[in-house]
Design a protein around this ligand. Structure first.
Ligand code: HXC
Length: 510
């Protein structure tokens, strides 16, 4: 009996060694942790239950029949994050470069299936050379099986990808279909085709970092939702993110203890929006002062900074925040901001996370580049996302809500549940100057007349009262009471029930 137990211990130890001490050293020298070390940090201590530790590939070509490492380049299983179940797969770069074989894919499929069946989030940690070159179509088929499961799980359970090393070829498309992608600065990159192929095909010279590093994907392409300094920070932040997310689309929103009084007022907010409508201020100050304990997890912080998206909590329960940012491009909606916010709103709605929108938007960005770039379709994405969302929607107009952007930003007309405005709100077709220049064009040579007309327009339209008179604004609230009013609205909406008409699926303007 003792012999049998020892044999198990030996086989486990062999699997845990992965590609061996030398390759593990090389991994550490690059500032990267191993697949198992990463799982240890991600999950609650001692909670990891591994599956398929002894799986071996079945390839025989190119000498593969003589090369077997138990586990086949990916560590899979489940564990808990702060007590809540999550499934995980972690690519082991020390084993065949973490490349995906048929059996490696089957291991991932098993945890994908279990996560979906048991309704818990799944997290993939990527560090891989793509398709196992020695396997050919078996590996391609394996990717297809992973992709199909990503799609079926989309909107049912949260799916998160963390890129912690190379991620190329077939490996990029699975993360791209998950809800969030995070990267590690300097050690990770993502691309469909690498620098060498690009050089051959287009004669462009670029480094791996310059082609698909964290700064590319968090700032330029928006493929990634955030980047962290190192593996440890990335994994600890993933634990924080998981705490915000429901386990599935039928599960309750997680509720954590909070010591922050929901009735807390903040007098400093009364002077947050400057009197001069052209002066910017930081909308994140309002978010931070609204959420429990100032704890805000921002999504796509470095991309389209004219809109802010992320998760906070009110009364211990998760809320998705969308806020125009007057500090960047005056908070205007352009194609990038619309795409970014639309995807975030849709994520929240999938999981019935209430959406709180802070509005200060001078309109959609005019410009040839914007129009050529499809602003109509991109703007429509955000409009569509807000309009189809049935999760609780609470909107507060802080200052400007001009033109089509007024409608788009979770207005009453898009089934906003509670629509507040600060007394500083200005709800109009456009700003006073632009309006007067159009409707009083004949007076343009007379500055006094124009000044009088501008004042008249400001007094008549640039306030929240006309919208409030029509019931488009439910109430004009004191800025200092924002947290309290939002908390009460969300409490009232806790059991909201609203369904869209049956359809196979909608046709959002992609
Ligand atoms: C098999 C692989 C591998 C792969 C790496 N290795 N990639 N084995 N299949 N795809 C192995 C190496 O042979 C090596 O084994 C070990 O992993 C580490 O690789 P190195 O090259 O020494 O490491 P490094 O210098 O850090 O370079 C990492 C790398 C490079 C940039 C990822 O290995 C690379 O370019 N790999 C190939 C990438 C690729 O073209 N993949 C196919 C993509 S096509 P030893 O034994 O020496 O440790 C694809 C199509 C799918 O994925 C499409 C589906 C839709």
């Amino acid at each position: 009996m003792k012999h049998i137990l020892e044999r198990l211990a030996e086989r486990r130890a062999e699997a845990e060694r992965g590609g061996g001490a030398q390759r593990i050293d090389a991994q550490h020298k690059r500032g990267k942790l191993t697949a198992r070390e990463r799982i240890e940090l991600l999950l609650d201590h001692g909670s990891f239950e591994e599956f398929d530790m002894f799986v071996r590939h079945r390839a025989t070509d190119f000498g593969m029949d003589k090369q077997h490492v138990p586990g086949d380049g990916v560590v899979t299983g489940w564990g808990t994050v702060n007590g809540r179940a999550v499934y995980v797969f972690s690519k082991d770069f020390t084993v065949f470069g973490g490349s995906l074989s048929e059996t490696h894919a089957r291991k991932i499929n098993k945890v994908q299936d279990m996560a979906l069946r048991n309704r818990a989030p799944i997290i993939g940690l990527y560090d891989s050379g793509g398709a196992r070159i020695q396997e050919g179509v078996a590996a391609l088929g394996g990717y297809g099986e992973v992709f199909q499961r990503n799609v079926l799980a989309s909107g049912v359970i949260p799916q998160i990808s963390v890129i912690m090393g190379p991620c190329a070829g077939g490996d990029v498309y699975s993360p791209a279909m998950t809800d969030f992608i995070f990267m590690v600065k300097d050690t990770s990159y993502m691309f469909v085709t690498g620098p060498d192929v690009i050089k051959t095909v287009t004669n462009e010279a670029v480094s791996a970092e310059g082609l698909g590093g964290a700064s590319v994907h968090t700032v330029k392409s928006a493929v990634a939702d955030g980047a962290y300094e190192n593996d440890v920070e990335a994994l600890l932040q993933m634990r924080r993110l998981i705490d915000f997310l429901p386990s599935s689309n039928t599960d309750e929103i997680p509720e954590w203890p909070t010591f922050d009084d929901a009735e807390r007022c903040d007098a400093s907010l009364d002077t947050l929006a400057p009197d001069n409508p052209n002066k910017p201020y930081d909308i994140k100050e309002l978010i931070n002062k609204t959420v429990d304990e100032g704890d805000f997890f921002e999504i796509q912080e470095a991309f389209a900074r004219n809109i802010v998206t992320g998760f906070g909590r009110i009364e211990g329960r998760t809320v998705g925040f969308v806020a125009n940012q007057p500090l960047v491009l005056a908070g205007v909606l352009d194609s990038d901001a619309s795409r970014k916010a639309a995807r975030f709103v849709r994520f929240c709605d999938c999981f019935n996370i209430p959406i709180v929108s802070f509005v200060d938007v001078p309109g959609f960005l005019p410009g040839i580049a914007q129009e050529y770039g499809g602003l109509i379709k991109h703007g429509a994405k955000l409009l569509f996302a807000y309009a189809e969302a049935t999760a609780p929607k609470v909107t507060i107009i802080i200052r400007k809500a001009f033109g089509g952007a007024y409608d788009v930003m979770a207005s009453k007309h898009l089934r906003g549940d509670i629509n507040f405005a600060w007394p500083t709100a200005q709800i109009a077709v456009m700003g006073a100057k632009g309006a007067v220049e159009i409707i009083f064009r004949q007076d343009m040579d007379d500055p006094e007349k124009i000044a009088a007309r501008t004042r008249e327009y400001e007094e008549r339209f640039l306030s929240p009262f006309i919208a409030a008179e029509r019931g488009y604004i439910d109430e004009i609230i004191m800025p200092r009471a924002t947290r309290k009013r939002v908390a009460r609205a969300l409490a009232m909406l806790r059991h909201k029930e609203l369904e869209n008409p049956w359809k196979k699926h909608d046709n959002i303007p992609l």
